[in-house]
Design a protein around this ligand. Structure first.
Ligand code: GAR
Length: 192
């Protein structure tokens, strides 16, 4: 099996990234994760990837005058490392249509809500405030527009009466770590 050279884009602690790295250690997983890129130098995920021996670099978006300039550098780094597929994992930069067009069909994201509900930020608080009884996470293809694109897989849990955004986020994260490696495999297998 030819494995697909995959980059993980992060902005923070990198728990989803670690779940992907763990899963991709198996030769049966179709992703070969060879690169991690963060847009924030302080992202804990950078050290975690480095400790695993995975090439981990920062492209700090604050070093660029425009979103387009940042994305040009990001694209160049991906190409320089022969990347064929991108998994966004807590990558908190909105990508422009120009960048998305270059990677459409080869870029996925995980979002902590049952899309199409609660695109954007503060998803857990919004689900609780709305009185929802269930909440979850989604892995989806990245299309132009925030948290849009066809859903690949979702996991759902019950919202408990005494949940607050933190307790709910913690229980959803457990689901995310299970869902994302399987959804990445599914997305890559759908390519061929
Ligand atoms: C995860 O909960 C992920 O779903 C969310 O950020 C967290 C990152 O945690 N992503 C988004 O909100 C994207 N819109 P991690 O860095 O520990 O994986």
């Amino acid at each position: 099996m030819t494995r697909v050279k995959t980059a993980v884009l992060i902005s923070g602690r990198g728990s989803n990234m670690m779940a992907l790295l763990d899963a991709a250690k198996s030769p049966d997983h179709p992703a070969e994760i060879t690169l991690v890129i963060s847009n924030r130098p302080e992202a804990l995920g950078l050290e975690k990837a480095d400790a695993r021996g995975i090439k981990a670099i920062c492209i700090d978006h604050r070093d660029f005058d425009t979103r387009k300039d940042f994305e040009q550098e990001l694209h160049a780094a991906l190409i320089a490392h022969d990347i064929e597929f991108i998994a966004c994992a807590g990558f908190m930069r909105v990508l422009t249509g120009g960048f998305v067009a270059k990677w459409e069909g080869r870029m996925i994201n995980i979002h902590p809500s049952l899309l199409p509900k609660y695109k954007g930020l503060h998803t857990h608080a919004r689900a609780i405030e709305a009185g929802d009884t269930e909440h979850g996470c989604s892995v989806h293809w990245v299309a132009e527009g925030v948290d849009t694109g066809a859903v690949i897989a979702q996991a759902k849990i019950e919202i408990l009466p005494d949940d607050n955004p933190d307790t709910l986020a913690a229980r959803i994260l457990v689901q995310e770590l299970d869902l994302y490696p399987a959804a990445l495999a599914k997305a890559i297998r759908a390519l061929s």
